[in-house]
Design a protein around this ligand. Structure first.
Ligand code: SAH
Ligand code: SF4
Ligand code: F3S
Length: 473
């Protein structure tokens, strides 16, 4: 792991050649989606000005990986097996395909990844993406010698990454709705979770940098911005006025940007839900009435074992305050079933919490032991069959709640942000304030507008709607 220069030297191959082609495969959270876009931006000066639709035609393939559960990490190795064959084909034809592994598996596995897949050219962790052009130049200069950079460098990568270009790579940054990372890393150390190890300590970007990036995204056509962080509501950044701002203060400043219609933030921790952030849900019309606030379990015993440092009653009280501030707030959460020590009674406490609160949607996972985390070493692991049964029971409840929430929208006229063409000719796609995908017929000129539509039918994962003829863009 040698120190790479911060500013990339010009790649010896880049300048005179035709456009090079990049293919990025992204797994994991929205932060990875955002990061994939930023890596693509960073590679433009190295000649990567075209996106390859498939790895077969790419000069550089980046796997942006996720380590959160065992299955997520294993996918990387099966994809690498497939790419190895492509790389060998390319070499036989006299060409070269560079293969890079980025993201949380790269950070967690490092040298071990190279040992298992020595044909990989570059392994880089999430904090070194600004060094990608330099790492690429090194890999190109020395074929067969994998380059590794999983440092947590002292410099801030955001100071060295070029400004984002919405839509730089397919799937990374749709134009109308954009992600903006404002906070990274986590200091919470939940017993089950790898994120504090793969992303490092909590860091907040300065408010001015966030406002500047948001202004650029809006100038490029974004109407909705989702602020991202592993613990986004722990954000506390230097404000342009010299004071330390909270997320609520930042949201208020972002809401002033002309042309920016909608704001969201994800993912939050219940302990960082400050009074002013709750008040922001009441006071900022641009802040959408949808909150993803993971609770993980409804059992105090399990919450304590998870090191979440709040009780089920704390969470329920918090939701009551949020709903008092914003009565139409829809809720989303993450749940883990089968955490070490979880009994049937603990699981039923989770079911009771879900029934008591009602979720518009939620993600639920079977506990997956992650190397190096405290929960992985706990003696009271839950049998796989119990995890399966609990997951099925919880998911059936969540599906029913989601269906009920969607069905309750039928007949309502709601503002929809039109994000692009729909699947069928003449159709448009958009999203409701509560993050539901909405489909309706209308002209492409409406893309980017926020318009009222009347919900006609609820499908399992989306709504179909009819446009109101008098529209206000
Ligand atoms: N920072 C966010 C979540 C990040 S990970 C938060 O604090 O809520 C996204 C979700 O993956 C978590 O909320 C959790 O539900 C799930 N998860 C994390 N580690 C897991 C593990 N070891 N097994 C199963 N699910 C896990
Ligand atoms: Fe993981 Fe917990 Fe941090 Fe979320 S708060 S990223 S679950 S350690
Ligand atoms: Fe996965 Fe890393 Fe995100 S482990 S969920 S890609 S922070």
């Amino acid at each position: 792991m040698t120190a790479a220069p911060i500013l990339p030297p010009p790649s010896p191959l880049a300048a005179p050649l035709a456009a090079r082609r990049l293919h990025v495969i992204t797994w994991g959270c929205q932060m990875n989606v955002y990061d994939s876009g930023r890596m693509a931006d960073a590679l433009v000066p190295a000649g990567f000005t075209e996106a390859a639709a498939t790895p077969e035609t790419a000069d550089l393939v980046i796997l942006n990986t996720c380590h959160i559960r065992d299955r997520a990490a294993e996918k990387v190795f099966s994809e690498l097996g497939r790419l190895r064959l492509l790389k060998e084909d390319r070499a036989r034809a006299g060409g070269r395909m560079i293969l890079a592994v980025a993201g949380c598996v790269a950070q967690a596995e490092g040298e071990a990844l190279i040992a298992r897949a020595p044909f990989v050219d570059i392994v880089l962790g999430p904090q070194t993406y600004h060094r990608l052009p330099a790492l690429l130049a090194r890999a190109e200069a020395a074929p067969g010698e994998p380059v590794l950079d999983t440092e947590f460098p002292p410099e801030d990568k955001f100071d060295h990454l070029p400004q984002p270009t919405p839509g730089a790579i397919p799937g990374a940054a749709p134009r109308i709705t954009a992600f903006l990372a404002i906070q990274e890393g986590c200091d919470k150390f939940c017993a089950f979770c790898v994120v504090p190890y793969t992303r490092g300590a909590e860091q907040s970007r300065p408010a001015a940098a966030v406002l500047d990036e948001a202004t650029r995204l809006v100038a490029a056509g974004a109407r909705e911005i989702t602020l991202l962080g592993q613990n986004v509501n722990a954000w506390h950044g230097a404000g342009p006025d010299g004071a330390t701002w909270t997320l609520a203060r930042l949201l208020a400043a972002l809401a002033e940007i002309p042309g920016l219609a909608r704001l969201r933030y994800t993912t939050s921790h219940p302990r960082d839900m400050g009074d002013d952030l709750i008040a922001a849900h009441r006071d900022l019309p641009a802040l959408m009435p949808f909150l993803h606030l993971p609770v993980q379990s409804g059992s105090d015993r399990v919450l304590a074992a998870m090191n979440r440092r709040h009780t089920a009653a704390d969470y329920i009280a918090l939701i009551a305050r949020l709903r008092a501030a914003r009565p139409d707030l829809a809720l989303s959460s993450d749940f883990i079933v089968g955490h070490p020590g979880e009994t049937e009674a603990d699981f039923q406490a989770t079911m009771a919490l879900v029934r008591a609160l009602g979720f518009a949607q939620a993600y639920s996972f079977k506990y997956s032991a992650r190397p190096g985390t405290p929960a992985a070493a706990a003696p009271d692991q839950v049998a796989e069959a119990d995890k399966d049964r609990r997951l099925a029971e919880l998911q059936a409840l969540i599906r029913a709640q989601q269906a009920r929430f969607n069905a309750a929208c039928v007949g309502q006229t709601v503002p929809v942000l039109v994000t692009g063409p729909g699947r069928h000719p003449g159709q448009l796609a958009g999203r409701s304030p509560w993050l539901q995908p909405v489909h309706f017929f209308g002209p492409p000129a409406l893309i980017g507008a926020e318009i009222p539509v009347t919900i006609a039918a609820a499908l399992p994962n989306s709504l179909s709607a009819v446009r109101q003829e008098r529209t206000a863009a």
